[in-house]
Design a protein around this ligand. Structure first.
Ligand code: PEP
Ligand code: MN
Length: 355
């Protein structure tokens, strides 16, 4: 991917890129109060939703175009750059003609290739391919779709691109509003090492107290910035009230975060340990998913009166995984004992769940 450095409104965006602002621009006064306070604590980019993609009709769906004028006024007032979400060519045209500096594509749009293409085509039509576009991950955990959206923009000549990691919808209970599934943005980083990745702890966490630990994890991994929802009166916000924080709270969080801006760690061990922690977290996550599938197999076996342990299948698994492990430079004995421990736990879960 041929990317250009992130520049907006004639300014180079350097790491960590910090964007903050309300979920939605609600009234001029609220927006100006929030923007002034954010700018006073050093935030350089004001985000706000103008058209809100809500789950149910009847919820507040954003003020629409009049709010773009308030964004321009907030920019004049504070000198901040502005960023809004666009989902249609009409949004692109309205946002750009109101002088918006950065566009972002939301999670409900980035997974729709037709919509992304229409946005790209409109930017080309308006001669605006120099405007940066930040692409949120699609709702579903599909890295190919996320990369596809970025490629679609790049193919149209939009080269000032960044990705926003905002978590993924999964079925089931979680402390998160949207599961972070860190392995997906990590794989994105591996595949597109030059693409800046910005973390959105507000939409991942869905609640105030999760913002700081998620933001810290993103900084620890080496993400390039944060987009955080901030509102002058969070409790009275018209959308996403539970996850918005005041500019003062944001400032405290930003002051406490440890930023990793040293390209080569002076003490390499610390960096390596963090990687191990994060890989172990992924390993646990993968194991938990394997156990979940295993429990489903257990149910199937019970329904079909099949015994839990199927020796033929287990031998095949061991043979193939041991071979793969050797190819990857691991000891076959280690792989056999790991598989035996996993198998034992999987059998235990199948038996226990049947009782
Ligand atoms: C937002 O940033 O306000 C938003 C709607 O986010 P997402 O597309 O990540 O749900
Ligand atoms: Mn929101």
């Amino acid at each position: 991917m041929q990317l250009l450095p992130l520049e907006a409104g004639g300014r180079r965006l350097t790491s960590p890129i910090i964007m903050a602002g309300p979920c939605s621009a609600e009234t001029p006064d609220r927006l100006f109060d929030t923007a002034s306070a954010l700018s006073q604590v050093g935030v350089g980019i004001l985000r706000a939703g103008i058209w809100k993609p809500r789950t149910s009709p009847g919820c507040f769906e954003g003020v629409g175009e009049p709010a773009l004028v308030w964004m321009r006024q907030a920019k004049e007032l504070t000198g901040m750059l502005t960023a809004v979400e666009v989902a249609t060519p009409r949004h692109v045209e309205a946002a750009l003609s109101a002088g918006t500096d950065i566009l972002w594509i939301g999670a409900r749009t980035s997974g729709n290739p037709f919509a992304v293409q229409e946005i790209a085509d409109e930017m080309v039509r308006l001669g605006a391919t120099d405007v940066p576009v930040f692409v949120k991950n699609p709702l579903n955990p599909d890295l190919g779709l996320w990369i596809g959206a970025l490629q679609r923009l790049e193919n149209s000549g939009i080269r000032r691109l960044a990705a926003i990691h905002r978590g993924f919808s999964i079925y089931g209970e979680s402390i998160y509003r949207n599961e972070p599934l860190w392995r997906i943005p990590l794989e994105l980083r591996r595949r597109l090492p030059d693409l800046p990745i910005i973390c959105d702890p507000s939409h991942i966490g869905g609640k105030r107290q999760l913002i700081e630990p998620i933001a810290q994890k993103a900084m620890d991994i080496g993400f390039d910035g944060l987009i955080i929802e901030s509102h002058c009166e969070p409790d009275n916000a018209w959308s996403d009230a539970a996850q918005q924080i005041t500019p003062d709270t944001l400032s405290e969080i930003l002051g406490r975060l440890r930023y990793r801006d040293t390209p080569v760690a002076p003490d390499g061990i610390e960096e390596l340990r963090k990687q191990i922690d994060s890989i172990d977290a992924e390993l646990l996550d993968v194991l938990a998913r394997r156990m979940e599938v295993s429990r489903q197999i257990g149910e199937y076996k019970r329904a079909h009166s099949m015994p839990v342990v199927q020796p033929g299948r287990y031998s095949d698994i061991v043979a193939s995984r041991v071979k793969d492990a050797e190819r990857l430079g691991m000891n076959p004995e280690f792989m056999r004992s790991l598989l035996s421990a996993i198998h034992e736990e999987s059998v235990r879960q199948q038996l226990e769940n049947g009782e």
